[in-house]
Design a protein around this ligand. Structure first.
Ligand SMILES: Cc1cc2nc3c(=O)[nH]c(=O)nc-3n(C[C@H](O)[C@H](O)[C@H](O)COP(=O)(O)OP(=O)(O)OC[C@H]3O[C@@H](n4cnc5c(N)ncnc54)[C@H](O)[C@@H]3O)c2cc1C
Ligand SMILES: N[C@@H](Cc1c[nH]c2cc(Cl)ccc12)C(=O)O
Length: 516
């Protein structure tokens, strides 16, 4: 049996992997995690997909167990500001698109939308977020959505199995470093061995497989399966095994970030329950409200902006609250390893691949990788078919997300700086170029978006296309021959439901304050 797993790296990826494998295999695997006391973690990962609730559920953790320990808040959407023009904003929410007579409500909206805001007309969440509200009532009851939290058929599903069934109405925002700390406790309590040391050398056998890791103070660590969670370094997979890294930078040029963690009195400020991405001259700034602080950072391309200028802009954006906060400058490696699993080594997290944090996909990539690793976990025979299936699934997720992110820039109406003008002429993936031609005639659906599982449903593409405003889209001609009364009723129902929710839901801050 193959049962000795060695994980290198104690960031979010390392501890999520250790915890999940322990929850999956309990004492039937022996897990050692080695993390450096000298090399720090990236630790800015803060916003997630809603699907991460499957991860916590798998670990048997409830929100009240981990959220207060991680200063966590709810994220009901990404709010895009100024991507179309100054002062404009729209939401990409966690809310399924309704259909009327076989057409998505957005299609009807293009024909007969009651206002100029597709997100407010088609989703109830846009107004809930604007009002700073919680998707749960103070007694914990979830807003009525076509989603039954306790439904048996939803238990035990992986993310990809869940997609398309129902849409959970929110994701989380938290301090990644605190989550890693929380999971350290979870995993070590369940028998994961933790070693604080530096891996100095990776030993390969005659076939080029990893036979052991030489550490500074703990001698040689041996195992069957080695998991590379060393971040952008890719110490095992990319360095020792020389697995090539495929850069996405030709289509996604942002390669740098500067981050600030700004302490704030959230009782006074309030919590807008979403991640905000505000377009800037050479990139965009994220704003993530947490309990006790706001996480913020400028993501930019260093070809267009210097780190000093980026920091200056970010500080001016945040204001005096950040005066005493030290900035964290980060270089990002954008793209993916050609194969994330090679020989007896699997890379998870930044070592596997990363795209800029525009739709908060980093932790989603980790979660997906771990689910797939359990699914295709190797046996003593190291059947290469399972490895290849794993590599395919991981590559598809990242390539699909790349298309989705590139769409944001191509579709953004802004062209006021060289950076934004170049987004309209830069090369884009061929497959996306073909899809764009289709979407101009017919809104995206499951037949025309990236065809493999990559976490994003067609309505996410519709939201970005309609919100960014730079690409002309049209309603289906069939709607001109159809009775629009049912769509009118749907818009009216959304309006009524929105009014009811805004009148009854508590403030997001009050909900978390009570949870603590
Ligand atoms: C600017 C930015 C913003 C982001 N925002 C988000 C977001 O909003 N949402 C999201 O989901 N994701 C986000 N991410 C991604 C997220 O931060 C990462 O996916 C996540 O933190 C996982 O990182 P990691 O564990 O792979 O690597 P790291 O955090 O870099 O951890 C690497 C670990 O390896 C150890 N290590 C390295 N070398 C050695 C060695 N020789 N010996 C022993 N140990 C070693 C280090 O000590 C460390 O413990 C963001 C990333 C960046 C760069
Ligand atoms: N299945 C993912 C995809 C998703 C659906 N809606 C959104 C909205 C945002 Cl802002 C990100 C991601 C998503 C999930 O449910 O998390």
């Amino acid at each position: 049996m193959l049962d000795r797993v060695v994980i290198v790296g104690g960031g979010t990826a390392g501890w999520m992997t250790a915890s999940y494998l322990k929850a999956a295999f309990e004492d039937r695997v022996d897990i050692t995690l080695v993390e450096s006391g000298n090399i720090s973690t990236v630790g800015v990962g803060e916003a997630t997909f809603s699907d991460i609730r499957h991860f916590f559920e798998f670990l048997g953790l409830k929100e009240k167990d981990w959220m207060p320990a991680c200063n966590a808040t709810y994220k009901l959407a990404v709010r895009f500001e100024d991507w179309r023009e100054p002062g404009h904003y729209f939401y990409h929410p966690f809310e399924q698109m309704r259909s009327v007579n076989g057409f998505p409500l957005t299609d009807w909206w293009l024909k007969q939308g009651p206002t100029s805001r597709f997100d407010k007309d088609c989703f109830v969440m846009a107004s809930v977020i604007d009002a700073g509200l919680s998707p749960r009532h103070l007694d914990g009851a979830l807003i009525d959505q076509p989603f039954d939290e306790g439904a048996d058929e939803m238990q035990g599903l992986t993310m990809s199995e869940h997609q398309g069934k129902t849409q959970f109405p929110y994701a989380y925002q938290f301090e990644a470093a605190l989550l890693a700390k929380y999971l350290t406790q979870y995993a070590t309590d369940r028998g994961v061995k933790r070693i604080v040391d530096d891996v100095q050398d990776v030993r390969l056998d005659d076939r080029g497989w990893i036979s052991g890791l030489r550490t500074a103070e703990h001698g040689e660590l041996t195992g069957d399966l080695f998991i590379d969670c060393t971040g952008f370094r890719g110490l095992l997979l990319n360095k020792a095994l020389e697995e090539p890294f495929i850069s996405y930078q030709d289509t996604l040029p942002n390669d740098s970030a500067v981050a600030l963690q700004v302490p704030m009195d959230m009782a006074k400020r309030g919590v807008l329950p979403c991640t905000t991405a505000t377009a800037q001259d050479a990139g965009w700034i994220w704003t993530i409200p947490l309990m006790g602080r706001v996480g913020t950072g400028y993501v930019y391309a260093k070809d267009y902006l210097s780190p000093e200028e980026a920091e200056r802009t970010l500080r001016a954006f945040v204001g005096p609250a950040a005066a005493d906060v030290e900035a964290n400058h980060i270089r990002m490696r954008i793209g993916r390893s050609r194969n994330s699993w090679s020989r007896n080594c699997v890379a998870v997290g930044l070592a596997s691949g990363f795209v800029e944090p525009l739709e908060s996909t980093g932790i989603f990539f980790i979660h997906h990788a771990i689910e797939q690793l359990v699914k295709y976990f190797p046996a003593q025979d190291w059947n290469p078919v399972r490895r290849d299936l794993y590599n395919r699934a991981v590559a598809h997720v990242m390539d699909g997300v790349r298309e989705f992110l590139v769409l944001h820039y191509v579709a953004a109406k802004r062209t006021d700086t060289q950076y934004w003008r170049d987004t309209k002429t830069r090369k884009i993936p061929d497959s996306l170029a073909e899809r764009l031609e289709l979407w101009k005639a017919q809104l995206p659906d499951s037949e025309t978006v990236f065809p493999y599982y990559h976490g994003l449903p067609p309505y996410s593409y519709m939201s970005v296309l309609l919100g960014m405003g730079g690409i002309e889209v049209a309603h289906s001609p069939a709607l001109d021959l159809s009775d629009g009364a049912a769509a009118e009723r749907e818009f009216a129902q959304i309006r009524e439901k929105t009014e009811r929710l805004v009148a009854t839901l508590p403030k997001a801050y009050d909900y978390f304050a009570r949870m603590r």
